[in-house]
Design a binder for this molecule. Sequence first.
Ligand code: 5RP
Length: 225
Amino acid sequence: MNDKQLVALQAAKYVKSGMLVGLGTGSTANYFIEELARRQRDEGLKINTVASSYVSEEYAKSLYLPTVTFDSVHTIDLYVDGADEITPDMILLKGRGSDLVKEKLLAKAATQFIVVADASKLVNHIGQNFSIPIEVIPFAWQLAKKSLEALSGVGHLRPNEAKDDFWMTSHGSYVLDMKFDKNLSVRDLNTMLNNVPGVVEHGIFLDLADATLIAENGAVIEHWI
Ligand code: 5RP
């Protein structure tokens, strides 16, 4: 069993019958979905799920997990998802995929948000390994980029896989991948990005996680706030 699988199995232990569970997106989240399906089959676990992406929803359905539509949800019991970077104070960078908007909505709506990852995701500060993904309204991307550059942002629109057009998220946004002045605190940066017209959402998840489950070499370390 690999480390991502290990943390996913550990997180699934927090799921109880009767819960509405938010499903994250990515390889670690997929292991979590698989474990929920196993518990439903083998242990009679009775839950509903809501997915943060089309891919996760289809995967859950293929494993016979019941799903509810995103727009029917106003609160969820538990959200479990991976991350691209995790700081010691549980600030996250997410959104290397295309589902930032739904991921942040579920993280905010959840009574508990558990982050699952292997130790490669641990960083000292946000932006250490990746640029910050910033979803922008397509027609506003030039204006939003100019505003972001005035905040020290340097970066470009993410290309699609074929490199013949721009990447479009499932929400219909373009993504600006940007680096910012290292002296800016992540809290200030978060506030600034929230205030840029044309920005739909961004990858900094601040004060949203309740716990991190990190696996390294076959052992899981849990941190709860
Ligand atoms: C998608 C995400 C993922 O959770 C993140 O990229 C981690 O993925 P993985 O579990 O495959 O390492 O934020 O937007």
